[in-house]
Design a protein around this ligand. Structure first.
Ligand code: PBG
Length: 327
């Protein structure tokens, strides 16, 4: 009886509750995705992601200042190029949208940490994440192209590259290409356990990268599987990954926990576009308290074992941490 009473005392007041929290959040563990459109000046609202903006190359200062004002010092860049072709050439062009954006940001804000998404789907006319051989993605032909894209990001000044294509062997190919040119210090955050998920819908509308035929199940993971995620992580580690990632986050908390327990590398979770859009929509409909749901959701991802979180709510979460609502 006595023992049963004890834990209750630790819930008595705010001070002791804060003292005994098992999960700690900090703006330092949040990464904010930024969309950049080469064809526009200024900004425009992203319809599929209410509250999110797409930035022209002339508006990057605004994007960064807004992050800094909220205490967010790290971003993940996605590009909307002017030109697409079957080979995704603008993914590695020296004057491609991401390469130009990175140069511009790093020139003005050298301490703002810039991670670049490395993939072809935003740059290919067919919208697949790799080169095609007929109707199939050709894994091995794609590797040198991804490596070239990653190297061009590093050359532009990217602090870290994050391959999201899910081709087999890409981490090794990118690591070799970076090292060869002297970018040994540019880490790789591998989208290791990236599932073939319907939660990416709003992102594909925002980035204009939905596949024009078929789907991505040939290279992204089957949502039925968790052990497979461990195999994917182990391969990425062997190939030289510095940070592992599980994506999406909310429906894959078990995978986050399994990866946390199995590996000692830093672990990132990506709370993807559909997760954000659902919370926004439910909030707008008056179904839930959006702010609290946002906080609770982020907490659950860290509690599951993530060390860091990519989220469209990064600024709002940083504010909630500052206010002491979570953290
Ligand atoms: C590119 C990529 C996608 C996302 C991140 N990088 C889309 C996809 O794989 O179809 C999704 C991110 C999100 O939904 O927020 N391959």
């Amino acid at each position: 009886m006595e023992l049963l009473q004890r834990p209750r005392r630790l819930r008595q007041n705010e001070s002791v509750r804060r003292l005994t929290r098992e999960t700690r959040l900090s703006p330092d563990s949040l990464i904010y995705p930024i969309f950049i459109d080469e064809t526009v000046s200024g900004t425009y609202p992203i319809e599929s992601l209410p509250g999110q903006l797409c930035y022209g190359l002339d508006s990057l200062d605004q994007a960064v200042e807004d992050c800094l004002a909220h205490g967010i010092g790290r971003c993940l860049l996605f590009g909307r190029p002017r030109e697409k072709d079957p080979f995704g050439s603008s993914a590695w062009a020296e004057d491609g949208v991401i390469q130009r954006a990175v140069r511009a940001i790093k020139a003005r804000y050298p301490d703002f940490y810039v991670i670049t998404d490395v993939c072809l789907c935003e740059y290919t006319s067919h919208g697949h994440c790799g080169l095609l051989q007929g109707q199939e993605v050709d894994n091995d032909q794609t590797l040198p192209v991804l490596a070239r894209a990653a190297r061009s990001h590093a050359a532009a000044g990217a602090d870290m590259v994050a391959p999201s294509d899910m081709m087999d062997g890409r981490v090794g190919a990118i690591r070799a290409a970076l090292d060869e040119r002297g970018y040994q210090n540019v880490p790789i955050m591998a989208y290791s356990a990236k599932y073939a998920s319907s939660f990416y819908g709003p992102f594909r509308a925002a980035a204009g990268c939905a596949p024009s035929f078929g789907d991505r199940r040939g290279y992204q993971m089957d949502p039925h599987n968790c052990r497979e995620a461990l195999r994917e992580c182990a391969l990425d580690i062997a190939e030289g990954a510095d940070i592992l990632m599980v994506k999406p986050a909310l429906s894959y908390l078990d995978v986050i926990r399994a990866c946390r327990d199995a590996f000692d590398l830093p672990l990132c979770a990506y709370s993807v576009s559909g997760e954000y859009a659902m919370i926004r929509a439910a909030g707008a409909a008056g179904a839930v308290d959006e702010h609290r749901i946002m906080c609770e959701t982020a907490l659950s991802i860290f509690r599951a074992g993530a060390d860091m979180l990519i989220t469209y709510f990064a600024k709002e979460l940083a504010e909630a941490i500052r206010q002491g609502e979570i953290g």
